[in-house]
Design a protein around this ligand. Structure first.
Ligand code: ACO
Length: 329
């Protein structure tokens, strides 16, 4: 049997730090409110002049190095983002150029904060079917460029980052390692809870759409919160059940870092102690599709990830789109 393994991880976070105290000077908020309601202390903001593909290529190059391969061996790039360099072409193709990767498949995937989970699922199917041998899955988001910096409901939550993994096949006989299951879901009845109205066919960009502020994130925070806890917990339980495991068999949870209270809600519903969750939201805020691969990369580098561990990845984002992956390291 063939399983898909993560051969290497990498991440890139911009150098400029925006603190809660900085935000106090921009909108009517406080460090105490943001910490208490979200767990966020700092977030990173990409320097002017740099773009999504720069950070994605940096994370991708690091993942290749960690995997012990050259970018010239990558035959497929899947890039999850809602903040591409531009509407066309796919940012994945620009990353391909920047990495010096050869002609192969390269495409973007729009599943918002669940983009990395969707990317892992699609990459896994490609690898197991023998379609591609070395798949680079990237989650990258430069949300600072699509936020309303006068809206305290949204601007305090998000940050910029990229994370990446290289996937490849491994043959197994007795006990599989690698991706054990992926569950991907969406509920399109909820799309208006979190969206950017302008810039597409519905509201093509004009000076009027910009004047009306249609080019920035709109969010119903309470609805997102409630759906996130319920659906992420349900996806985690599905993954545990599908693999014939119990909650205590999960060694580490790398959840989307949206809000510390969302993660706590998921932990409670799934009977998983918070000590099993890797948390770095205090440093980066919500980096959407980048949050899981950045957290995984840091967990690997800190030695939190050990051979044989059952690791659960889970996320929910705009759409709503959500899902889970169970991985044996
Ligand atoms: N600073 C200070 N006060 C604020 C701020 C702020 N930044 N934002 C909102 N408030 C105020 C509100 O105006 C409200 O005041 P009022 O009572 O006078 O009306 C009060 O704080 C409470 O507001 P709530 O909306 O009830 O606050 P809540 O506890 O729900 O927290 C939050 C809001 C943090 C947005 C929460 O709902 C949340 O995290 N939702 C999920 C959002 C999310 O994660 N989105 C990311 C994309 S999707 C994903 O990644 C899962």
């Amino acid at each position: 049997m063939i399983a898909t393994r993560i051969l290497g991880t990498g991440s890139a976070t911009p150098g400029a730090v925006l603190t809660n105290h900085d935000l106090e000077k921009m909108v009517n908020t406080s460090d105490a409110w943001i910490r208490e309601r979200t767990g966020i202390e700092n977030r990173r903001i990409l320097e002017p002049g740099r773009v999504t593909s720069d950070v994605a290529a940096e994370a991708g190059a690091k993942a290749c190095t960690a995997a012990g391969i050259s970018p010239s061996e990558i035959d497929c790039i899947i890039l999850g983002t809602v903040t591409p360099d531009m509407p066309m072409p796919a940012t994945a193709t620009i990353v391909q150029q920047k990495l010096g990767a050869p002609v192969g498949a390269a495409f973007d995937l729009s599943a918002a904060c669940a983009g990395f989970i969707y990317g892992l699922g699609i990459g896994d199917a490609f690898v197991r079917q023998g379609v591609f041998k070395r798949v680079l899955v990237i989650g990258v988001e430069i949300l600072s460029r699509v936020l309303d910096w006068k809206d305290r409901n949204t601007c305090v939550l998000f940050g910029d980052a990229a994370g990446a993994v290289v996937l490849g096949p491994e043959r197994w006989e007795v006990k599989p390692r690698g991706i054990l299951s992926t569950h991907m879901l969406a509920d399109g009845t909820q799309w208006e809870q979190l969206y950017i109205p302008g810039g597409g066919s519905k509201h093509p960009t004009t000076s009027a759409t910009v004047a009306e502020n249609l080019h920035v994130v709109k969010m119903n925070g309470k609805a997102v919160f409630a759906h996130a806890v319920r659906n992420i917990a349900s996806a985690c339980q599905t993954a545990i059940d599908a693999n014939g495991l119990r909650a205590e068999d999960v060694d580490l949870v790398v959840a989307h870092q949206a809000n510390l209270r969302i993660v706590e809600g998921v932990a409670q519903r799934c009977n998983l102690p918070m000590s099993k969750f890797y948390i770095n939201i205090q440093k980066y805020g919500n980096t959407s599709s980048a949050s899981i691969p950045v957290a995984l990369d840091e967990a690997v580098r800190e030695g939190r990830v050990k051979e044989g561990m059952n690791i659960l990845f889970c996320a929910l984002g705009a759409g709503f789109s959500w899902g889970s992956t169970l991985y044996r390291w």
